[in-house]
Design a protein around this ligand. Structure first.
Ligand SMILES: *[C@@H]1O[C@H](CO)[C@@H](O)[C@H](O)[C@H]1NC(C)=O
Ligand SMILES: *[C@@H]1O[C@H](CO)[C@@H](O)[C@H](O)[C@H]1NC(C)=O
Length: 328
């Protein structure tokens, strides 16, 4: 039984040796082909190696220290490759990535950060993210001059409170408030919906709030929501903000993009718009002779043009009244 195990061990070590020779020692990271008597014999060929399995009268083989990978070049030369930092010598991407993360590579025998990544102050490579885009850490927020922004609420931002991202998105500028002089739109982004026109102002389609600190969207239709009347009157002449909706004052109605005095059927008017809510009703009601009148033959209950106002029916009514008067 004991001899059986003994033979098995012999057999396995022979196999290992044969395969080791055949595929190169690199695969097993065991020992190099290089024979040695002292550690110095190995170190002069590659740093981080030592003479393994030698003693006073026995020749050993060079081996790499723990954490270093053996690469055999030929019968005598080998190298022990270990972790490499930024700009340090390397042969394989793996060496760089051990220290600099997977965003590093070995390029022209030196470690560097891959394209689209940058070295951060912690000595590692991070994917570069523009200001305003999604980030995971400050290391992503690379800016010109090897400055870094901060990753705030999951997005790259400028470090200081009054700073805003410049147009290039890799540098920060001091932000300007509404009304302050500016040189580009980016400087005005302290306030949303602004643009730079000599000074920071509300962008087209927005109006300055009463307290002059925000830009509110301007309504384009009656009944759009609002907080302040200026939002309504910007595009809808005469419109006011009532209960957070753009409407017209009492006694007026919205017609196209303005508020018009309302006139009922039979009331005095100076234009047809006063009599109708929309242009399409100008066939039904018109301002004639200074009065809102139903057009002959048109019926619209909504506008108050019912039978009573229909000429033919009125005539019948008149005849019936006359007949009644006679009877009485
Ligand atoms: C072995 O490799 C080294 C370094 O790569 C080289 O300088 C040397 O000439 C090679 N020797 C042989 C015998 O190929
Ligand atoms: C200014 O007005 C806007 C809109 O009404 C409001 O949202 C904002 O909180 C106000 N700001 C100040 C400082 O009062």
């Amino acid at each position: 039984m004991t001899s059986c195990i003994y033979f098995l061990v012999i057999f396995l070590s022979v196999c290992l040796t044969v395969f080791g020779q055949k595929f190169g020692l690199e695969q097993f990271n065991l020992v190099s082909y290089t024979q040695c008597r002292f550690d110095s014999d190995c170190v002069k060929i590659s740093k981080n190696s030592f003479c393994f399995d030698n003693d006073a009268d026995k020749i050993g083989n060079c081996k790499c220290r723990d954490g270093f990978d053996m690469v055999s070049r030929n019968r005598t030369f080998f190298a022990c490759l270990g972790p490499a930092g930024y700009n340090e010598a390397c042969e394989k991407n793996m060496q760089c990535q051990l220290i600099l993360t997977e965003n590093a590579e070995c390029y022209n025998l030196a470690c560097r950060c891959k394209d689209g990544a940058h070295l951060f102050t912690d000595g590692r490579c991070y994917v570069s993210v523009l200001l305003g885009d999604f980030c995971q850490s400050d290391g992503n927020c690379w800016m010109t001059g090897d400055n870094f922004g901060t990753c705030k609420f999951g997005r790259c931002s400028c470090k200081f409170d009054r700073e805003v991202a410049n147009e290039d998105k890799v540098s920060c500028v001091i932000g300007r408030d509404l009304g302050e002089l500016c040189s580009n739109d980016a400087e005005c982004t302290l306030t949303p919906n602004t643009q730079c026109r000599v000074s920071c102002r509300c962008a087209a389609g927005f109006v300055l709030s009463r307290n002059q600190t925000t830009c509110l969207s301007a309504a384009t239709n009656f009944f759009d929501s609002c907080e302040e009347t200026d939002q309504c009157s910007a595009f809808l002449t005469g419109s006011i903000c009532t209960s957070n909706k753009c409407t017209c004052p009492e006694g007026f109605h919205g017609y196209s993009n303005r508020c018009i005095k309302s006139a009922a059927i039979g009331s005095s008017c100076s234009s047809t718009e006063e009599c109708i809510p929309e242009a399409k009703y100008s066939d039904t009601v018109q301002c004639t002779g200074g009065t809102c009148k139903c057009v002959q033959g048109m019926i619209s209950e909504m506008l108050g043009c019912n039978r009573g106002h229909n000429f033919a029916i009125s005539l019948v009514g008149l005849i019936i009244s006359i007949v009644f008067c006679r009877i009485l």
